[in-house]
Design a protein. Sequence first.
Length: 144
Amino acid sequence: MPRPRCCRRIEGTPAARVFNPAGRPAGDLEAIALSLEEYEAIRLADFLGLYQEEAAGRMGVSRQTFGRTLEGARAKIARALVEGLPLRIEDLQAETPREFRCGACRHAWREPPGGERPEACPCCGGHALRHAGCRHHDHHHQPK
């Protein structure tokens, strides 16, 4: 049985979400879906040139998980380029409410999808917030 999926840190946001091949009507073509975490793996490894160990640490995943994510992303991008298919970057979590928990008062609440990360607990004003789906202590958000 696989372990529960933990939240991933995504630092970069794509400048565009859809890439269409020039001269081909996008409506007639199957689009290749690239997840936001696959996009982040490509950004860290191929754009920024980080080694997998460092990139995995920045995403909050194991090196093995990062390697699998990167391999899948590269295969999808290669298929889109070779077959002339549109590439769409999807935020799979954007459609579901996000759950947070305060480390100070233990208050839990939901935020609407796609919004900014809360800066403080609505109950006590504390800043030790974490995404409720994540169990790792290093995923806490501390204001800068």
